[in-house]
Design a protein around this ligand. Structure first.
Ligand code: FAD
Length: 681
């Protein structure tokens, strides 16, 4: 063997045989300090002392400091047991398609090439895992881009490897031990779900007595993603939790939504915004998030969703998506699990006030619309962005609220086939096949900042795109029209819709403020737009529409030539260019023209604009302390999630719920079982 080759082999073996290199490596995620849920110590019980706020302090529990991973002093790289290989491209004709997340031979061959392994002696499939898979629509031919983890022993088994693997940032990196650490919630979720058969009936559970409503240690208002994950983390830490949700459990909520679609019956308390799972249940179920996929809490949320029944592919997919059908099942399982660990649910109960302790001024109880009062030590306020009355009540009670910039505009809908053709070209668009083919249905994200004119400096962008989806009514009150988008897991509809929105500044909203409620001027703005849109639609939840082409030309579209719409309660032509103040309309108009240049046909006669998309996020922020996550004006009140102004989307709301739970645990003297920093503010 030539000297150089022998040296390389010896060097490689040295790296491979480093102490941790052959440590058994489980594919199961590391469980970090999660004791069995029946263990009293894991629940902060045992000999813990009660703190003044009524929560039980954990005597022995607490965070295990995250160990510093060992380092190989000579090379100064972390010692791990595997390599992470980025930018592994597999063209469409060699790939198993969007629904496969396996390390197929094509994937392994591509990885082997990047690692410099001899092609003829490729990696076997044991020890090679897909970490992330994303469609690369820009490549020609389109294909899939992978991030792949390769165990050291798999490399050793690929005999003939003669060169040591060299780390290159964002190309080939050593996996660090801490990369694999995360907190697991809901470990026993499946067992609990199987053991539990009773479905709650409409309204408050009959077995919940008045008395039991007065001993909740933490009241969580709202069972959207933020409330759900706050309740989960608190209950698993042993805190008594009562969830107050104005809407219904998914079983009943589904029927109410069915009545809305079939008979235009809007139930003001059980609809697309209110009810178990919050606004995200009858949604597209996109799990993409701007806060990044790799944060500890984000990983915890994804893994908990898998425990509750989400497919494991969401851990790997570059654009994970659940769809309404899956979300409903996941939420039911999560509820059964939470009930099995002692969480009390009060469905059909609207919180109307958060009351202060007469001495300390801290949150001490929650008044319900039924007149009942639930006493508590802390309140997680996770009521979402449509809880307008509760926001007003908080403002009246001296809780500090601030205006928060949000976005409003329209939903624009195109034939999915048009977008597939724009994205993949006519040669490959057929590979989408209504969501059944190897390529994913096409999506897009567009953004523009207007440079001059009346809209100078204003941004316009697409928001919450729903490929293969439908436009749905998200109104919560008769006479206020509001829409959004949802889809099922297959994304098989023939339409694609997306928000087409522009930022609404405080100056835009201020003229709509009600005297004494100035911080809520964004809510007043939303109400104004939603009422105007309802009038344009003519009532009965009919949505006013205009083709993009006519919107640009400022003319009302002709009914006979309107393209079809996915919206099931009917559409009618209207002058949507008159709905918003001129500067906002100008920002959308100019941006639309620009988007049409980027995606030809985007603003054409097949593009149908529906109005209005006015609830993209919360127009209010409930000010909270960055460290404690507590309201700056009411101790013990934890404003959380989208409605409080700290999240936008399912995942970020869930993450904020976990952060609020950790903050409460800390305030109770219980060190959270993991070492997350308080980063929710
Ligand atoms: C149709 C639609 C589609 C969407 N699609 C996506 C998507 O694909 N991906 C994504 O990331 N995001 C999506 N979103 C946004 C996402 O749903 C929200 O960002 C997310 O649900 C916010 O979570 P949250 O827990 O903060 O609030 P919410 O989900 O709004 O939950 C708040 C809960 O509080 C309850 N509540 C309100 N007031 C009271 C009260 N006074 N008393 C008791 N309970 C109360 C409500 O009934 C509700 O259940 C969509 C939203 C809609 C409406």
């Amino acid at each position: 063997m030539p000297l150089q080759q022998a040296w390389r082999l010896a060097s490689l073996l040295r790296v491979m045989l480093a102490p941790s290199a052959f440590a058994p490596r489980s594919r199961a995620p590391t469980t970090f300090l999660r004791a069995s849920s029946s263990s009293s110590s894991s629940r902060g019980g045992g000999g813990g002392a009660f703190k003044a706020n009524g929560c039980r302090a954990d005597a022995g529990g607490g965070a295990r400091a995250r160990p510093k991973h060992a380092r190989d002093a000579a090379r100064d790289v972390p010692i791990g047991t595997a390599w992470r290989v980025y930018d592994v491209y597999v063209p469409l004709h060699l790939d198993a398609g969007k629904d496969s997340h396996a390390a197929t031979r094509a994937v392994r061959d591509a990885v082997g090439k990047i690692l410099g392994l001899k092609a003829a002696l490729e990696l076997d499939d044991a020890g090679v895992r897909v970490y992330r898979k994303t469609c690369d629509a820009r490549a020609d031919p389109p294909g899939f881009s992978y991030v792949v983890d390769v165990d050291d022993d798999a490399i050793v088994r690929a005999k003939g490897t003669v060169r040591p693997i060299r780390a290159r940032a964002k190309k080939v990196e050593r996996i660090r031990e801490e990369d694999e650490r995360t907190v697991e919630y809901g470990l026993n979720a499946v067992d609990a779900a199987n053991a539990y058969v009773r479905a709650p009936t409409r309204g408050v559970r009959e077995d919940v007595t008045r008395d039991s409503r007065s001993d909740g240690c933490v009241v969580v208002i709202g069972l959207g993603p933020a409330g759900l994950f706050a309740a989960l983390a608190l209950a698993e830490a042993g805190i008594k939790v009562t969830v107050v949700e104005r809407g219904q459990p998914v079983e009943t909520r589904g029927k109410d939504i069915g009545a809305l679609f079939a008979r235009r019956q809007l139930n003001g308390e059980s609809n697309l915004c209110y009810g178990e799972g919050g606004a995200g249940t009858w949604s597209d179920g996109k799990l993409t998030t701007r806060i990044g996929r790799n944060g500890d809490r984000v990983r915890s949320v994804f893994r908990a969703l898998v425990r509750f029944g989400a497919p494991e592919s969401i851990l790997v997919d570059g654009k994970p998506h659940l769809g309404t059908d899956r979300l409903v099942r996941i939420l039911r399982t999560a509820r059964h699990y939470l009930e099995s660990i002692g969480v009390e649910f009060l469905f059909g109960e609207k919180a109307t006030r958060v009351n202060r302790d007469s001495v300390t001024g801290a949150a001490a109880s929650v008044t319900l619309a039924s007149g009942d009062v639930v006493r508590c030590a802390s309140v997680v306020l996770a009521a979402g962005h449509s809880s307008r009355q509760l926001m007003e009540a908080l403002h009246e009670d001296g809780v500090k609220l601030s205006y928060q910039s949000f976005a409003a505009g329209f939903r624009i809908e195109h034939p999915q086939g048009l977008l597939d053709t724009i994205q993949y070209g006519s040669k490959y668009a057929g590979y989408v096949d209504n969501g059944k083919g190897p390529l994913p249905v096409a999506d897009y994200r567009v953004a523009n900042t207007v440079e001059d004119g009346v809209a100078a400096g204003r941004a316009c962008y697409s928001f919450c795109m729903c490929p293969g989806g439908q436009i749905v009514p998200t109104s919560t009150v008769e006479g206020e029209l509001c829409i959004n988008g949802m889809s099922f897991s297959k994304r098989a509809s023939k339409w694609a819709n997306s928000g087409l929105v522009s930022a609404i500044s405080e100056a835009d909203a201020a003229p709509f403020a009600e005297v004494g409620y100035e911080p809520l001027c964004g809510v007043s703005f939303q109400r104004h737009i939603e009422r105007e849109a309802a009038i344009m639609g003519g009532g009965s939840l009919v949505v006013p529409v205009q083709t993009a082409e006519d919107f640009l030309l400022e003319r009302v579209s002709k009914r006979e030539t309107l393209p079809s719409s996915s919206y099931r309660l009917g559409v009618t032509p209207a002058p949507l260019h008159e709905l918003y103040p001129p500067a906002i309309t100008a920002a959308i108009r100019e941006s639309l023209a620009r988007f049409d240049k980027q995606l030809p046909g985007f603003a054409g006669s097949q593009a149908l604009i529906h109005a209005p998309e006015a609830r993209t996020s919360s127009p209010v922020r409930i000010d909270r302390d960055k460290e404690t996550m507590c309201s700056v004006s009411m101790d013990g009140l934890y404003p959380t999630g989208e409605g409080a102004g700290y999240a936008g989307g399912i995942v970020s709301a869930a993450v904020d719920g976990l952060a609020a739970a950790d903050a409460i645990l800390r305030a109770c003297g219980i060190t959270p079982h993991h070492a997350f920093a308080v980063d929710g503010a």
